[in-house]
Design a protein. Sequence first.
Length: 297
Amino acid sequence: GAAMLRELRRRWGSYKYRFVPWLALNLRRQRRTLRYVPESSQDKIIADEHVFETLLKAFKALFINDFSRQADILALLPEVKCQYLELLTVEQKQSKVNSCTHQGQHVFSPEEVLFNTLGFTVSRDRSSLVSAGTGVFVTKGFVRKGTVVSMYPGTVYRKHEPIFFQSLGNPFIFRCIDGVLIDGNDKGLSRSVYRSCSRRDQLGPFQMSDESWLTATLQNPLAVGQYVNNCSHEKAANVCYQEFDVPGHFPVELKQYLPNIVYSHDIESHLRCVVLVALRDIKQGEELFSNYYTVVS
């Protein structure tokens, strides 16, 4: 009985920050742990342009590294193919300078691509917090303050859309400022819904989202943000969440790396993403910690 009670308390402790009635009841006395931003424009640690540039840089590098698998896409985008061939040629020349024995295109793992492009790699591992389960660590390199260090994957729901059954016992639902919800659970019904929506939106060879975050083999290594644990008295927050709407001109060939999909596409709107931004320099080996609701002044 006592063990069951402890487990219930532990589950509630991780879920309550995303439970809207709990937030309403505790708004006054728990102001520090809540996200209270009068205007969405204030909820920006870095500019949207910087987020866009970082994602573009990382995704282009992943695309080029996986160039041989992109034939069907490039066949439909001849102008884009020429641009990537130029970038690939430059990369191969640089590789030959660094290695006299280089022959052909060397294919790196996605984690290696992230390190070579942004200077760090993040991955999931057992958290340093007792009973916290999985956490996210900087496993290689160095993260500078103001850097996009991760993304929060999942299905994006507008306020009126059905998410009740997906939310039961689900600690991976993130609530945005405007009430938009992102379900980052990679198991059960949430997993099935994401896959269904992703395949619904696929246009021939063009994938509009990344399904690999549902597996152990990530195509986009940044898509681990749902496993970042909340900070504690012993572990101060070193990252915070920032909402980002993907602009309409985002390259169609790179959407295959976006780990988010809208539940319903009957209304034209920008895809909502949430990124995690470093609040300070983060060294190799450090675990990422954030407030689920961060006050931005």
